[in-house]
Design a protein around this ligand. Structure first.
Ligand code: NAD
Length: 371
């Protein structure tokens, strides 16, 4: 069966990094006959400027019909003053919601040769390998009522609502435990159960699911403030973290810095049938857009996740990850991960180097690297 992939570059550095990931897809098609068909769509500020909508209906339709979406990033200050429903960020939230992508997977792995790029000491981060599983379609980012209202007193009041149904908690818990079973068999559930009733329910449901379905997996609970501290104190204690939408948003950015650069971090957002949206963790980086400075590796590693989680091509995913690691080992560095003895390369050259390594690896079998 031919897998349908929708490619959406987005704004800022999005087109630069996604074209490098698309080149890797080309290589997989030409070197090993990967059976895919690719369509291109638009989402974000540029899409709004061109069509009047940050999420054109044609993009939404293609996204619903495809097996996976490979996305760059959306947003920029020129669109910040638009009404909220027309902003690029809202379009992305809507796409995730429409596709029911409730599980966001963010691996944080430190390639050994990048240990010096982290702001933390080598011994704290070297060998780091953890996965944050973030609930993505519920919680305070979507809860109603929401908004800013003016009271009779003339003072304004802002409202957002933190709400979770037990089914939403249970399904993300299953995702986290299934992943843990393929890793080190440990899940840490992060909440704020000492203050927020919603996360008291979160803790109960996670515990119930763990007890009835995953007695073989170790479960611990941690309050989010402590989790933030532990992530910078002793990050290697974690295997899989499962948490709410907002806590996951914040904790995964902390984990981004553990690995040296946000330009290295991929992510996957999945529904219950392996359909997924794959995108780098970073945004549109307007400060470096159009300068051939962006690191394309997060986008390429997001493609590797697409191969693994939607196409079930684990071997090919490993080859892509291995190609990335070999290029890094050879000392190739975009500016975000550069150090003095390294070879400074731009976005295009970095992408080309990975493609060349991949071609070699596909020609002969190398060692395996597993998320
Ligand atoms: P950002 O991630 O775009 O940039 C933060 C810093 O990281 C910048 O210094 C940038 O140069 C650097 N950086 C990011 N990606 C990089 C890469 N691949 N290579 C090298 N350096 C990289 O975050 P921001 O500046 O807070 O946001 C900029 C815009 O992106 C905003 O409009 C924001 O709303 C949007 N955004 C979009 C997404 C998304 O589409 N998923 C996510 C986050 C932010």
């Amino acid at each position: 069966m031919t897998a349908k992939i929708l490619i959406i570059p987005g704004d800022g550095i999005g087109p630069e990094i996604i074209s490098q990931a698309a080149n890797i897809l080309d290589e997989l098609e030409s070197s090993c006959g990967l059976n895919i068909s690719c369509e291109w769509g638009e989402l974000g500020g540029e899409a709004y400027d061109r069509t009047g909508s940050p999420l054109p209906e044609s993009t939404l339709k293609m996204a619903k019909e495809c097996d996976a979406v490979l996305f760059g990033a959306a947003g920029g200050s020129q669109w910040d003053s638009l009404p909220r429903h027309l902003r690029p960020e809202t379009a992305l939230l809507r796409l995730r919601r429409e596709l029911d992508l409730f599980a966001n997977l963010r691996p944080a792995i430190l390639f050994p040769c990048l240990a010096t790029s982290s702001t933390l000491k080598d011994e704290v981060v070297a060998g780091l390998d953890m996965m944050i599983v973030r609930e993505l379609t519920g919680g305070i980012y979507f809860g109603e009522p929401r908004g800013v209202e003016t009271l009779d007193s003339g003072k304004r009041r802002g409202i957002n609502t933190l709400v979770y149904h037990e089914d939403e908690i249970a399904r993300i818990t299953h995702v986290a435990f299934e992943i843990a079973r393929k890793r080190a068999n440990r899940v840490c559930s992060v909440d704020k159960a000492n203050v927020l009733e919603t996360t008291e329910l979160w803790r109960q449901v996670v515990s119930d699911v763990a007890e009835s379905h995953y007695p073989d997996v170790e479960l611990t609970h941690m309050l989010v403030d402590n989790a933030a501290m532990q992530l910078v104190r002793e990050p290697k204690q974690f295997d899989v973290i499962v948490t709410t939408n907002m806590f996951g948003d914040i904790l995964s950015d902390i984990s981004a810095m553990l690995t040296g650069s946000i330009g290295m971090l991929p992510s996957a957002s999945l529904d219950s049938s392996q359909k997924g949206l794959y995108e780098p963790v970073h945004g549109t980086a307007p400060d470096i857009a159009g300068q051939d400075k962006a690191n394309p590796l997060a986008a390429i590693l997001s493609l590797a996740m697409l191969l693994r989680y939607t196409l079930n091509e684990g071997e090919l995913a490993m080859k892509v990850e291995q190609a990335v690691e070999r290029v890094i080992e050879k000392g190739m560095r975009t500016p975000d991960i550069y150090f003095t003895e390294a070879q400074l390369v731009g976005t295009r050259q970095m992408g080309q180097e990975v493609r060349d390594e991949l071609r070699l690896l596909l020609a002969w079998s190398g060692w395996k690297f597993i998320w």
